[in-house]
Ligand binder design. Structure first.
Ligand code: PEP
Length: 254
């Protein structure tokens, strides 16, 4: 099975939670609980927490990520951070295109693509989020939507750079709602995304790509979701704020 050859990665998305002092404690606690993990472990934290989180994660198997990055290197972009800034304070990963950024902050596939290119050029690993909204699922166009997003978001990205991209399939209706896609729904869409990647980059690249599921994954449902052939890990929001729950999800990713 190709699944065994791919890196399984469980990433937490803390969203706008945790002050730096709380982050220091939560990273240390999480790192202790996941020290025997069989998979990659990433915590994507608010910008102001990155330095302290990276310090707390030193010498552990936890990597630190940001939740967004701008596509310019510097300039008059109030409120934004560049990839070089994130790297310098200790981020190795960055989430791009999260549905909350798309919904509330006007993120489009075009800006997602620009941000992804800038992050990869600077040496960050990207967790690229995409997924359908409820109306699209109900209209039966999930496959079309995720295929289009995959193509637009990856436009112009080389096969070499693709090695540093993880795709997180996150049905918008399942994020922070307590509604989870069934393991079969998650598998179906992750497989569709992989087939689109195969069409763009070839089967070997698609077989090697880590594709996560995200959307109300928790300590109770992770095992079944993660057992699916095309689900290589998870992007975890709410449950990543509780180290004990997050650690159960990490241990389910074997
Ligand atoms: C997320 O923020 O990417 C996410 C999946 O959130 P939750 O797990 O809370 O649904």
């Amino acid at each position: 099975m190709n699944k065994a050859k791919r890196a399984a990665i469980i990433a937490g998305n803390w969203k706008m939670n945790m002050t730096p002092s709380a982050a220091k404690e939560a990273v240390a606690k999480t790192a202790e609980l996941v020290k025997d993990a069989d998979c990659g472990v990433v915590l994507c934290v608010p910008f102001v927490d990155i330095a302290v989180a990276a310090e707390a994660a030193k010498g552990t198997n936890v990597k630190i990520g940001a939740q967004n990055v701008h596509f310019k290197e510097s300039g008059a972009y109030t409120g934004e951070c560049s990839a070089a800034m994130l790297l310098e304070v200790g981020a190795e990963y960055v989430i791009i295109g999260h549905s909350e950024r798309r919904q509330y902050f006007g993120e489009t596939d075009e800006t997602v693509n620009l941000r992804t290119k800038a992050a990869l050029a600077a040496g960050l690993k990207v967790i690229l989020c995409l997924g359908e909204v409820l109306e699209e699922r109900q209209a039966g166009i999930t496959a079309e939507i995720v295929s289009m997003q995959t193509k637009l978001d990856l436009a112009g990205i080389s096969a070499e750079d693709l090695k540093n991209v993880i795709i997180a399939y996150e049905p918008v209706w399942a994020i922070g709602t307590g509604l989870t896609a069934t393991p079969e729904q998650a598998e179906e869409v992750c497989a569709i995304i992989r087939s689109v990647v195969a069409g763009l980059y070839g089967q070997a690249a698609a077989d090697a790509m880590t594709i996560q599921y995200g959307g109300s994954m928790n300590d109770g449902n992770a095992k079944e979701l993660l057992s699916k052939e095309n689900v290589d890990g998870g992007l975890i929001g709410g449950a990543s704020l509780v180290p004990e729950k997050f650690a159960v999800i990490v241990s389910a990713a074997r």
